[in-house]
Ligand binder design. Structure first.
Ligand code: PEP
Ligand code: MN
Length: 278
């Protein structure tokens, strides 16, 4: 696979880099978007996640606001100095909707959800555009090899800016977690490919904030290059996956904790003679 190291909106991504993307699982209203951006700005963070198009298990649940929320999400992002928004796309038409509303100062990382890991037409579409990087979520019910092959649909269509995201595997043995946490695969992806690796502890664990903290530490100390995490100003009112959102009040402690693990990773890399920028 081609060497994957790229710069996007002033941020470098590689198997050595480290970025935190914290934000709303699902955009609900402008007030909460603004609260999240204000908090991130106060902590010096310029990357986030914002779900507009939500793939839901059941058709009678909230499906995300779709295109209608993009004007205020992007306008507020520009106001608060947000540089990159990880946003899932479930259909290629959404690429045009995003481009219609996106100001040039705000980038998007196009997220392919686990359910679409083998939606080959969608993978070809995000591969055919080279403007935005792609965050590919591992398929939750297929082999690692099948997920890695699916990524090649993106790269072979021209886009080598791909980040591989671990988000847990579907298994009844995962109970009481939502998915079986697969962050032991961080170094495996590093060895097998040149892709930067992201961890999503929110979707991996689900309902326990305490366990989300612990699992974040595990994935970070294993050398993850990106953290995708659900946060919310008032988690109990979140319209999607309320139980897995970290409240803004806990955020400073969470990031401090994450930093401990990243520093431990850096120290361990030095011990084993691998150069990692701090
Ligand atoms: C998400 O990140 O909002 C999401 C739906 O994740 P996944 O595709 O991993 O379930
Ligand atoms: Mn490698």
């Amino acid at each position: 696979m081609t060497n994957i190291a790229f710069t996007y909106m002033g941020h470098n991504f590689s198997q050595q880099s480290w970025h935190v993307f914290a934000g709303l699982n699902a955009v609900d209203n402008p007030t909460n978007v603004e609260k999240v951006f204000a908090k991130l700005k106060s902590l010096g963070i310029s990357c986030t996640r914002m779900g507009a198009y939500k793939p839901r298990t059941r058709p009678n649940t909230f499906q995300g606001h779709g295109e209608s929320c993009l004007p205020y999400v992007f306008a507020l992002a520009a106001d608060y100095g947000i540089k990159i928004i990880a946003m899932e796309v479930t259909h290629e038409r959404q690429l045009e909707e995003i481009e219609k509303h996106r100001p040039t100062s705000v980038g998007v990382m196009l997220q392919i959800g686990t359910r679409n890991a083998q939606n080959f037409e969608l993978l070809k579409a995000v591969g055919a555009q080279q403007k935005h990087p792609v965050l590919f979520k591992r398929g939750y019910g297929i082999t690692l090899e099948e997920s890695l092959s699916a990524c090649e649909y993106i790269t072979s269509h021209g886009n080598s800016k791909v980040i591989f995201c671990l988000r847990g595997m579907k298994s009844l043995f995962a109970t009481p977690h939502r998915n079986f946490v697969d962050f032991a695969h961080v170094p495996v992806i590093h060895r097998l490919t040149n892709m930067p690796v992201c961890i999503d502890p929110s979707h991996a664990v689900g309902a326990s904030i305490e366990d989300i903290f612990h699992v974040t530490a595990q994935g970070t100390i294993a050398g993850a290059n990106m953290l995708l995490v659900d946060i919310h100003p008032q988690p109990s009112t979140a319209l999607v996956d309320a139980a897995q959102a970290i409240s803004l009040d806990l955020l400073e402690k969470y990031f401090y904790d994450v930093d401990i693990s990243r520093q431990a990773y850096v120290k361990r890399s030095q011990l084993f003679g691998v150069a990692v920028p701090a």
